[in-house]
Design a protein around this ligand. Structure first.
Ligand SMILES: [Zn+2]
Length: 348
């Protein structure tokens, strides 16, 4: 009996000692992580961000401002979201199919998906304050080339990990340079108030993607307007040094991926982490949930109990470290061009 009790005490002590070791080891790891975080991060506007220039896209902030200014925009976005889900269900269900309750199913108003390549004419407004910002034709051509590679999965750096190899999408968009408008601006930075779009007015937004290449300032790489907003401000704004992959470009955002990301927003994609906690979604089923953006060039990251798809164009990693859209994102983007979709008028 005594031996048994002694034995139990020994076991208990060993277990406790092991547990304590683990706890201490974890604490050390936490401390190391914390120290790393404190030296490599800084507080910016009340948020922890990595130090130095990091990807900073203002599409969601601009959307939030526009929703405050114009509450009826929320209804428009809801209608587009409903149509998007209907179009995706319809495609999955085939002709005459559709998910129950989708509003489709043979009523004659099903959002028929578009087959094949979707051509998108591009108008580039170069609004400059100096010669550097008056970017070259070859820099503009390099951006169009990157968009075509990235939206057709022909980019040479496409190298998905096994977990995501099955969902890589060729989205079948063809971007064609339509015209370049050059205007010397009357200010050095334009912010995110859309003033640049008043200075160089939008051209045929129902038919063409408008891109304003102008210095935004404040370390902001770019911002896009989501489908459903005012036609007069429809399009994407990007700072010149993050546009294209040759000429006046700035590493590590010198691969043209800022535009790939922003055109993703223009085509209704949300950030891969859903701009919220684990339960906030990006409305795409084959992108894992996450609760934060990834920065730099991570190798493997787990959040919300699953691997992050940090190599997706809709995360915040560096240009060289993002290389894919998913099938779910492709369906979401292409739904806009289906019958009744927010960008149906662009289909030629
Ligand atoms: Zn963004």
């Amino acid at each position: 009996m005594i031996n048994k009790i002694f034995g139990l005490l020994v076991i208990a002590t060993v277990v406790f000692a092991c547990t304590q070791d683990v706890v201490e080891t974890n604490n050390k790891a936490d401390l190391t992580n914390l120290q790393e975080a404190l030296t490599s991060f800084e507080v910016d506007n009340g948020e922890f961000r990595p130090k130095g220039i990091v990807r900073d896209c203002k599409a969601m902030d601009v959307l939030s401002d526009k929703l405050k200014q114009n509450p009826s925009l929320a209804n428009k976005l809801a209608v587009i979201e409903k149509h998007t889900q209907d179009a995706i269900s319809y495609k999955k269900g085939g002709n005459g199919g559709g998910k129950p309750g989708s509003g489709g199913g043979g009523g004659g108003t099903d959002p028929t998906p578009v087959a094949g390549v979707i051509n998108i004419p591009v108008v580039v407004h170069v609004v400059y304050a100096n010669n550097l910002e008056n970017i070259s034709e070859s820099q503009i051509a390099s951006q169009i080339a990157v968009l075509n590679q990235d939206f057709n999965a022909t980019n040479s750096d496409l190298n998905p990990p096994a977990a995501f190899a099955g969902v890589v999408a060729d989205s079948d968009f063809n971007f064609v340079l339509d015209q370049v408008i050059r205007k010397q601006g009357d200010r050095t930075t334009w912010g995110t108030s859309d003033a640049v779009k008043s200075f160089s007015p939008v051209v045929s937004p129902d038919k063409k993607l408008n891109i304003w290449v102008a210095q935004i300032g404040g370390g902001i790489l770019g911002y896009a307007q989501f489908p459903g907003g005012s036609p007069s401000t429809d399009g994407v704004v990007v700072s010149p040094q993050f546009f294209g992959n040759t000429g006046y470009v700035s590493a590590p955002y010198d691969g043209g991926r800022t535009m790939t990301h922003e055109v993703g927003h223009y085509l209704n994609l949300r950030h891969i982490w859903g701009d919220g906690r684990c339960n906030r979604d990006d409305f795409v089923s084959d992108t894992p949930t996450s609760d934060r953006p990834n920065y730099g060039c991570p190798s493997s990251v787990t959040h919300c109990r699953s691997l992050d798809m940090h190599m997706n164009y809709m995360d915040y990693v560096e240009d060289d470290c993002m290389f894919m859209f998913t099938e779910g994102q492709k369906e979401r983007m292409r739904a806009l061009f289906a019958v009744g979709g927010a960008r149906e008028s662009m289909v030629q």
